[in-house]
Write a protein that binds this ligand. Sequence first.
Ligand code: ADP
Ligand code: MG
Length: 700
Amino acid sequence: MIQTHQDIQYLQGVGPARAQTLERELAIRTVGDLLTYYPYKYVDRTHIYQISEIDGNMPYVQVKGRILSADTVGEGRNRRLVARMSDGTGVIELVWFQGLKYALKGYDFNKEYVAFGKPTVYGGRINIAHPELEEVRPDHLDTSKTGVFMPAYNTTDRMKRGGLNSAAMAKLTRHMLTLFDHPFAETLTPYLTEHYHLIPYDTAIRNIHFPESAELLRRAQVRLKFEELFYVQLNILRYVRDRIRRYRGLMMPHIGTAFNTFYHQHLPFQLTGAQKRVVREIREDMRSGRQMNRLLQGDVGSGKTLVALLSALIAIDNGFQACIMAPTEILAEQHLQTLRNLLGDMPVRVELLTGSVKGKRRTTILADLAAGTINILVGTHAIIEDNVVFARLGLAVIDEQHRFGVAQRAKMWQKNDTPPHVLVMTATPIPRTLAMTLYGDLDVSVIDELPPGRKPIATLHMFDSHRASIYKKVLREMEHGRQVYIVYPLIKESEKSDMKNLEEGYVQICRQFPQYKVGKVHGQMKPADKDAEMQRFAAGETQILVATTVIEVGVNVPNASVMIIENAERFGLSQLHQLRGRVGRGADQSYCILVTNYEIGNDTRRRLQIMVDSTDGFEIAEHDLKLRGPGDLEGTQQSGMAFDLKIANIATDGQILTLARDAAQFIIDHDPDEANPQNTILWRRLKELRKTNIYWGAIS
Ligand code: ADP
Ligand code: MG
């Protein structure tokens, strides 16, 4: 009998060469891997289009006809095989760029064929590149054997060259499924399948490949998505359960002099409702007896620093120290200044520790920290180094957390015998569904309200042919004493030409505004030079800063009122939003100008329009997630929580995700010791999955 762990090589139709290709291209090693290599779409094979109906915007189609001619054209890399197929209503070109020799091998000009593929328009003619070509057989439209829906599997060029196109994958899979002559064992407990109205695993796995009907396909998808997300959530929540059992939280029940004095005498403004709510949530955590692991999300300028300070004051009132870690020296210094200004003459000692703090100064700080006379330590990752010892660290705040790795967060835990409470802050809003997966082990607080009196930033999309009017705007702002950022993309792959753009832009700006001082920063400068240049801008010594995205993180120059983003089409939406957040920090009107050239596609136009229409970071993040998928979103790569999902889509399956999360929570709550025999199947399955998915061990 066939088993899921069997080597794919021994499946009929595979063999050593194809097995190697499958492994290298898709990491398919076993029968089970093939079983869970799901189609990415289905094609209704009952429908055959007339060639005259086809246009370049259609998805995959089938046409039926005879081949009139086949010729090899072009030279070198352009060499291709072009066949012309006609069905009497029109002619379509079938094109091969690779495997020219084999494409039409054994082909009979007198027979009718069905061509299947994605039509596109090239040079005014409609063609299908690398179509699947099948002889028309009498049973072609007899869907009793093949089903109405033909699965389509993603394959790579190398696979296609080795004869493993989508149709071949379907054939292998179909054959494999017939070998499983017993039903597949169930992978969820009966009460879950019943409660959520899920079809059996066996039905689901067979129908996901070869759906018997549209309805069964839909239910198979729901069942498999639920299951996938359920196990991801069960894994996360089990980890949370273990963490709660292992670590007791530091008890911080008091609100005392430090907090009260600050709150009543030093707070320069009213907290926003959202800030108040979040501080309450944090306070509850800190006195709960459980270790806090909280993610604070709040758009740029929403006032997270103040929340961090208030939390630190609670720790201080309970006899503990606090630290705030920022990703850059500039940010750390800015935090130090902000905190000292806010605290005024209060007896709370705040010190700075970065890589630049050296010698005697460093020795003093380290000694005082260990003696407990420093209340709040602000710094860069220098503060997690092993020789930095706190007397009693009670709260660790990590600002702009997506800039740090999981390991760095973990190091914070070891700074006290009992791990401190941890508050991680981010200005990259993450849609709720994504947070549930990426940061599923953290509680989430959201500041969804900006301090009053901020004018929304006016965002414009302009073409570079209108540069004159862009510069006019810049000039007007500078005449009013304001400052301007001009940002260029710097992408690794095209670093050279990007640097050239930046340099040319810099020269052009200097020439355009000779009466003003222009600064320049990019990632290839020495950190010290970069910092110095940033400081000059922050101090108002330069009026224009030409930069790459190095300025993205948290820098606060309230006097800057214009953000110009060149080649805006090359940035992700969330990144554009982050950059835009560098302006609009004062009470006056600020502007963000997205510059592109005129020849951009409709998709790009639409994307930029989202920026023009919305200043809501969450809304933008939702769009970004839908447009680019979770893997590309900023913050996801660093999280450590992989979601190498095979079927569920975090961007679109939010509802199923919520149900799966609830189900997993229910299991953890009602069977915390994993003693209920009904659930044995779940724990066993989780264990198997953890073995096959290398990422599942490491959670944020
Ligand atoms: P971010 O969340 O981006 O870190 P900051 O903490 O730097 O935002 O706050 C941005 C600005 O808003 C700061 O100048 C801060 O003093 C100000 N601010 C914070 N909270 C309030 C409030 N409740 N009312 C008015 N201004 C506030
Ligand atoms: Mg901040």
